[in-house]
Design a protein around this ligand. Structure first.
Ligand code: FAD
Length: 521
């Protein structure tokens, strides 16, 4: 290994994680870093991963890519929320939107809603996004401006911060859906234009030096590839970190039992069908089905636990759900490794993507994990001495994000009022991550706030927990007792303002289809 600053990076794997890492490193360090990416032409990518978090916009901004540059190339659409269907019971739905929660008289509006909300729908009463989703609206007007000045781009949003530094300052009103394969190809083009060397070949061996650090990888046709820093983006295989460096995998399976998925790419006439601007998660007998609207097709998949559902039954359920348009489409069956590597960075190897860790895709956090990891990698990039403190900081930031998201997902299942099958009954008695039981007990008398949710950055603000608790409906909640003694005039005004704004926006915004047709023209 070279004695100078580590400046030769070798990325193994060319899925979303590999190409996001390559492009981000080039945007961060330019020609001061040499980047080689090796991807197998035979081992496929996971082929899913199409919905994101709103923070993803910082990734595209960092690469200096505008929506009109990349969205049409990736058949991308907007996502204003996750829509949960049937989690409380058949026919019920609620949204978890990308929208800050307002407050009135010093209390969050959800508290007031619990006390005496204007309607049965907390999501429509407390957020405008729920109405925009129900009505298929675009978050942008035809002139390209954002829906409303309250969501103005850049307001209070200084450039150059990492996601964790942004949190709490603003909530950008949307994320994206995109075709994973098209995005990887787009980012490959971006990276190669900026000097990344792409090698299509399979890594057969990983050679370590006498200290146990990676010296080089051996490929089938291109011989040895040497580097200083190796990034493992080989997906669930974890070829470098888990296999060669023997880093153990910490399973989350005891608390999140879904370990399987089956996915379909269903062609769709988007103009006729319209484009719902949200991801939908529909509860099923042994898990849930995602629906992701893209230009020209939907991505859909059943996430389930094999202890409760056979593979054939899962595929049948998904095909029935997707309808006749899916009849000719081949199903992609996936076994999921749920949990995280004990450390994501060991010696000179950093795992990014599925090799680092993964929780089921209920809140679309896989790509968020990747984005967070590469931001942290840049922030903690090693110097010549490979100072161990940088690795430690990196490892704890990455572990906290995944552990925090795990907790958040467990709340969905614990909270779901639905208990009509063995699967849903068992969600109420299953083990929980340490401390969550105590937190839930507190939330029952005081709704989630920044002091009583998972204490480290994990991308989910307290309002997200409120949405899930209020929406799933299985955990009894009550408003703050202080509201009995408080004047509710300000809250009434706020509810009225949200209702009026939602109506104005629904009346004046174009449909998502109209807006994207214009963008793609
Ligand atoms: P992969 O896509 O598996 O890529 C692995 C790469 O490594 C491939 O290029 C392969 O060729 C290469 N490779 C492997 N072994 C070798 C070798 N020996 N030599 C050379 N190359 C090798 N995330 C979201 O954010 N939103 C979602 O909606 C979402 N949905 C998901 C649904 C499911 C069912 C699953 C399982 C995941 C989902 N994810 C989602 C996660 C998301 O798909 C991944 O985080 C993302 O695609 C990154 O995958 P990856 O690049 O780590 O791995």
């Amino acid at each position: 290994m070279s004695a100078k600053n580590p400046d030769r990076v070798v990325i193994v794997g060319g899925g979303t994680a590999g190409w996001m890492t390559a492009s981000y490193l080039k945007a961060a360090f330019g020609d001061r870093l040499s980047v080689t990416l090796v991807e197998s032409g035979k081992i496929g990518t996971i082929g899913v991963g199409e919905a994101t978090f709103s923070d993803i916009r910082h990734f595209f901004e960092f690469l200096d890519l505008k929506e009109e540059d990349w969205m049409p190339a990736c058949n991308a659409t907007y996502k204003l929320a996750v829509r949960f269907e049937d989690w409380r019971g058949p026919g019920h739905h609620f949204y978890h939107p990308f929208e800050q929660l307002r407050s009135a008289g010093g209390f969050p509006l959800t508290d007031w809603w619990l006390r005496n909300g204007p309607s049965e729908r907390f999501d429509k009463d407390c957020f405008v996004m729920a109405s925009l989703c129900d009505n298929g609206r675009s978050p942008r007007r035809l002139d390209g401006s954002l829906l409303d000045q309250d969501f103005a781009e850049g307001a209070g949003d200084p450039a150059g911060l990492t996601m964790s530094e942004h949190q709490g300052k603003t909530q950008f009103p949307y994320a994206y859906h995109f075709e994973a394969a098209l995005l990887a190809e787009y980012l490959a083009g971006y990276s190669i234009d900026r000097g990344v060397r792409r090698i299509v070949d399979e890594v057969r061996h990983v050679r370590l030096d006498e200290r146990g650090w990676i010296d080089h990888v051996v490929t089938k046709e291109h011989g040895q590839i040497h580097g200083d820093l190796f990034v493992d983006c080989t997906g669930f295989r974890g070829v470098l970190l888990n296999q060669a460096l023997d880093v153990p995998f910490v399973s989350y399976q005891d608390t999140l039992p879904n370990d399987s998925a089956v996915a379909l790419q269903v062609p769709l006439d988007t103009e006729k069908a319209g484009l719902r601007p949200c991801t939908t998660a529909t509860a099923q007998k042994a898990g849930w089905i995602w629906t992701i609207p893209l230009i020209g097709r939907i991505g859909t998949g059943y996430v389930y636990a094999k202890d409760y559902c056979e593979q054939e039954e899962a595929e049948r359920t998904l095909r029935e759900f997707a309808g006749p348009g899916a009849a000719e489409v081949e199903a992609n069956h996936i076994r999921m490794r749920i949990g995280r590597s004990e450390q994501s960075w060991k010696n000179n190897c950093v795992a990014v993507g599925l090799s680092s860790g993964f929780v089921e895709p209920l809140e679309s956090t896989g790509i968020f994990f990747i984005h967070h990891a590469i931001e942290q990698l840049v922030k903690h990039f090693p110097a010549a001495d490979w100072h161990p403190r940088l690795r430690e900081r990196y490892n704890s930031a990455v572990a906290n994000v995944m552990d925090g998201v795990r907790e958040f997902l467990v709340v969905h299942y614990k909270g779901a009022a639905r208990d009509d099958t063995r699967y849903w009954k068992d969600t109420k008695t299953r083990a929980m991550p340490d401390a969550l039981a105590e937190r839930i007990e507190r939330w029952q008398v005081q709704l989630p706030d920044s002091e009583n949710v998972f204490p480290y950055y994990h991308g989910l603000p307290p309002y997200s927990y409120m949405c899930v608790l209020l929406g799933t409906g299985g955990i009894p909640l009550r408003p703050s007792s202080a509201l009995n003694l408080s004047d509710e005039t300000a809250a009434r005004k706020e509810f009225a303002a949200i209702r009026d704004k939602a109506k104005f926006l629904v009346d004046t915004l174009p449909s998502q289809y109209e807006y994207l047709a214009e963008l793609r023209a």
